[in-house]
Write a protein that binds this ligand. Structure first.
Ligand SMILES: Nc1ncnc2c1ncn2[C@@H]1O[C@H](COP(=O)(O)OP(=O)(O)O)[C@@H](O)[C@H]1O
Ligand SMILES: [Mg+2]
Length: 360
């Protein structure tokens, strides 16, 4: 798979860099430790999870929770994950066949509507854990299940205790469920069993340039390095996903460099727009949007408060401001460095700076 392929990478060989992260993940998987891969969108979480699982040699099930609602959705996603791993399906088909509500056919399993989906999820995991070999389950975008986290945590703790052959790799970009997974309160079922955290960061400038250079070489193209460097500096930054998109525009679609940069920024802002819109749903959109506008540059708490007051025409009390900032940070939209806060993702920053009104 070429570097500029737009899908997630699935093996270490096709991954650029990330040696330390892959090594850590492989060691954790082989030792049965659970892990959580954290990072912003497009940074390469899915790719790392898949490549690490592949490299570990432990059979894996990939469960994608993007857009999934509730435990029914989880159950379907789990079924889909099992169906796409034929050898594993063959190994556990007898055990799966004994589960109520599950049909094992030649083409894979189908799940009949049930009253107790959580129990079925548990039975499936038990079937996987009872087979003689180990299994790693990648649960991608785990924050989507935040609303059902209570029951889910109990189930995970139960699997942890009774099925040491089942290992989980979670990925996520939002703090909500992540916090309950990583630093569970003493009252949480997962207390004392926290997964190990792996933080995935964007590439730095040199890595970003090296990434593009290697990709261009694969296609036998050699665009002007100075122009490429300037694009990295001005708009692409170090997000592997956006670098991949840009590289694809240049090497696969054969766009001119300036055009490729424009296309990438346009696509980036489109994604940013939907992310911000998603965030504003069910919130005081005017206040959060105004805060985002102030946060397009690094500001201290005091500057944020006065900037917001000037834009709204009235001051927000400190408690409410703290809440606004907390939810922006929890959603991964705003980052803190030393004394200042700012929108972290340059694509989101660019979108907020240029949009005239909140998306909706
Ligand atoms: N280390 C890497 N090497 C090569 N390509 C990468 C790397 N990390 C991410 N990508 C590419 O970037 C895009 C986004 O990666 P993905 O794993 O889907 O990110 P995330 O799950 O964090 O949103 C995909 O096209 C993927 O192939
Ligand atoms: Mg992903």
């Amino acid at each position: 798979m070429p570097l500029f392929d737009l899908g997630p990478k699935e093996s270490r060989r096709t991954l650029y860099g990330r040696d330390a992260e892959v090594e850590t993940l492989v060691r954790l998987i082989r030792n049965g430790r659970w892990s959580v891969i954290l990072g912003p969108r497009m940074v390469g979480k899915t790719s790392l999870a898949k490549a690490g699982a592949h490299q570990s040699g432990v059979p894996s099930v990939y469960v994608n929770l993007w857009g999934v609602k509730g435990v029914d959705g989880l159950l379907d996603a789990l079924g889909e994950g099992i169906n796409s791993n034929r050898p594993l399906l063959r190994r556990v088909r007898d055990a799966l066949g004994r589960i109520e509500g599950l049909n094992v056919l030649g083409t894979g399993i189908t799940i009949a509507p049930l009253n107790r989906p959580l129990r079925t999820v548990h039975e499936i995991l038990s079937a996987l854990g009872g087979a003689h070999r180990r299994t790693v389950i990648i649960v991608d975008e785990v924050q989507e299940l935040a609303a059902s986290s209570g029951a889910l945590l109990k189930l995970l703790a139960n699997v942890f205790n009774t099925h040491p052959r089942v290992t989980f790799v979670f990925t996520g970009s939002v703090f909500g469920l992540i916090r309950t997974l990583l630093a569970p309160a003493t009252s949480s079922p997962l207390f004392g069993r926290s997964p190990v955290r792996i933080d995935l960061r964007p590439f730095d400038r040199e890595e970003a340039f090296g990434f593009l250079e290697r990709g261009f070489r694969e296609y036998g193209v050699s665009p002007d390095p100075e122009v490429v460097r300037r694009s990295i500096e001005h708009s692409l930054d170090g997000s592997p996903g956006w670098l991949t998109y840009y590289g694809n525009c240049v090497a696969v679609q054969r766009m001119a460099l300036a055009e490729a940069e424009r296309a990438t920024v346009q696509e980036g802002r489109k994604v940013a727009r939907s992310e911000v819109a998603h965030f504003l749903v069910g919130r005081d959109a005017a206040t959060h949007w105004t805060a985002l506008r102030v946060l397009t540059r690094p500001v201290t708490w005091t500057e944020l408060r006065s900037g917001l007051a000037a834009a709204r025409g009235s001051r927000l009390n400190d408690n409410s401001l703290a809440n606004v900032l907390r939810s922006l940070r929890a959603a991964g939209l705003v980052e803190r460095s030393a004394e200042t806060y700012q929108i972290g993702d340059p694509m989101v920053r660019g979108f907020v700076r240029e949009a005239r009104r909140p998306p909706g």
